[in-house]
Write a protein that binds this ligand. Structure first.
Ligand SMILES: *[C@@H]1O[C@H](CO)[C@@H](O)[C@H](O)[C@H]1NC(C)=O
Ligand SMILES: *[C@@H]1O[C@H](CO)[C@@H](O)[C@H](O)[C@H]1NC(C)=O
Length: 480
């Protein structure tokens, strides 16, 4: 009976929603990465066919002024080199890949140079390379003639993350300083060990840097100055934006409901229960241990104070026993010591977190220390009208408006009790919770969409192109 209902439902819903359902099944059944990649690709092909690109360039013949001009239009036919030391599913490379595709929409010639060779063994890299080739991005390797020629002839070179500094170092040593005026350095990290001369000694001589948050830009300015005696070049803060694909699901109530029911069903969570999720690679720096302590404290306080709340669950999404065995065990111990095995769920790291965002009522962003450089999951959750309880650290403070789109708590041990109280507040006050979710969504629509990011990046690229032209002209005049 249940299966009949399900197939009838599938018959009625759109192709896109079916695609999403497949994705959800993939996530739950935990098939291999590659299968996931295939599903993702087929979803994207459908989307491309349906012609929903917000960033399509204005078509002069249809006179549809609702369509916005593509802020990257001036990059048409420009030659762009992207330098990424790795090609993995981590934030830095994925973001650069998004930029590559945005540039391909305006027909820029994009060459991606990476140290990471693709082979059949590394399925993730292999599928990412193919995804890029499909979109017309050329993939090349350092120290090949092809890569060098493309680099010297390019209009713009974007180095991704501090680590790419080594590539720059090699090129400068072997081919002189000529390319420096067209180098833009995009930095996404805020950890001390990246701020070392090994990586960033050429930072002062590049044309500019682009950094994901104000707080991170301040960190880099301070650190390079105080520790390395370097002065940062022109620095632009570029807050990130949500992809169109993510927004489509977030705004499709049918797709969202299917995903929500599916994931919650698989975890045994009922419609009226509350799910608190922390969605990050599991590691001490992301603070899953403090979140679990706060969650447990909130359950105890609710009992002591005799408060009426829905049944509460927690999900830790992003487990990887191979990467963090000791810490993963520590988290399991916290759960079992408190007899909460039925209440706290661990979910392995996966290609897509969208189904979990759809299933979540409250997101915890608990990054410790300096916090996230930006913290993309924060704006992704907000797109799903999910309020965020975050540490008052890093980029989170520039995304979450305290008391409006969520609440902030101090990082570290001292934050545990504050987070516990914030959890209680959102568990007991349904209206506040829903309002914060809606406010978060509105904030995303105002400033954290792909089109906003493209506009911000466009401004930076334009200024680099102009300055590099000026500096080339003046060199030529000088040579005469
Ligand atoms: C940068 O340094 C100044 C003075 O050394 C300090 O007051 C400020 O808090 C630092 N900012 C960051 C983000 O580290
Ligand atoms: C999660 O990963 C672990 C080891 O990495 C594996 O043993 C376990 O079966 C996975 N769980 C699911 C639900 O796939």
């Amino acid at each position: 009976m249940a299966s009949t209902t399900k197939s009838q439902l599938i018959g009625r819903i759109s192709l896109r929603a079916k695609c999403i359902l497949l994705l959800a099944l993939f996530t739950v059944l935990s098939l291999s990465f590659i299968l996931g990649g295939a599903f993702l690709n087929s979803c994207q092909i459908n989307r491309d066919d349906s012609n929903v690109h917000v960033l399509r360039t204005v078509n002069p013949t249809n006179g549809n002024d609702m369509e916005e001009e593509n802020p990257l239009e001036f990059m048409r036919s420009k030659k762009v080199i992207l330098i990424s030391h790795e090609l993995t599913l981590s934030g830095g490379p994925l973001l650069l890949m998004e930029l590559a595709f945005l540039l391909r929409v305006v027909d820029a010639k994009v060459v991606w140079i990476t140290n990471q060779h693709t082979d059949e063994k590394n399925k993730v890299t292999h599928s990412l390379v193919h995804k890029m080739l499909d979109r017309g991005v050329q993939v090349s390797y350092p120290r090949t003639k092809e890569a060098l020629d493309a680099t010297l002839k390019s209009d713009l070179i974007i180095l991704n993350t501090a680590v790419s500094g080594k590539w720059l170092d090699n090129i400068l040593q072997e081919n002189g300083q000529g390319i420096l005026p067209k180098v833009l350095w995009w930095i996404h990290e805020m950890r001390g060990h990246y701020c070392s001369l090994d990586y960033v000694k050429n930072l002062p001589s590049v044309a500019g840097t682009m950094i994901d948050s104000h707080i991170s830009a301040d960190f880099w300015k301070n650190r390079t100055h105080n520790r390395l005696g370097l002065t940062m070049p022109q620095t632009s803060v570029v807050h990130l934006g949500n992809s169109k694909e993510l927004m489509e699901v977030a705004e499709d109530s049918v797709a969202k409901r299917i995903l929500r029911q599916h994931i919650r069903g698989s975890l045994g969570i009922q419609h009226d229960d509350l799910l608190f999720s922390i969605i990050n690679s599991v590691s001490r720096g992301k603070g899953q241990h403090y979140f679990l302590r706060a969650f447990i404290e909130s359950l105890q306080l609710i009992k002591e104070r005799n408060l009426k709340v829905p049944k509460m669950y927690a999900a830790v999404v992003g487990s990887d026993f191979n990467a963090q065995f000791k810490f993963e065990m520590e988290l399991r111990d916290i759960v079992s010591e408190n007899g909460l095995q039925d209440v706290v769920h661990f979910v392995n790291k996966s290609l897509t977190v969208v189904p979990y965002l759809a299933a979540t009522d409250i997101l915890i962003q608990n990054s410790q220390g300096r916090g996230e450089c930006f913290g993309r999951i924060t704006i992704e959750a907000m797109a799903f009208q999910v309020p965020v309880l975050g540490t008052a650290a890093g980029g989170t403070t520039e995304i979450v408006v305290d008391g409006v789109t969520g609440m902030l708590h101090p990082e570290g041990k001292n934050g545990v009790s504050v987070l516990a109280e914030n959890i209680i507040k959102l568990a007991t006050q349904a209206e506040t919770r829903l309002n914060m979710g809606r406010n978060g969504y509105n904030r995303v629509k105002e400033m954290f969409l792909e089109k906003h990011m493209a506009q911000r990046i466009g401004d930076v690229l334009k200024s680099i192109l102009q300055n590099s032209k000026t500096s080339q002209t003046s060199t030529k005049n000088f040579e005469k």
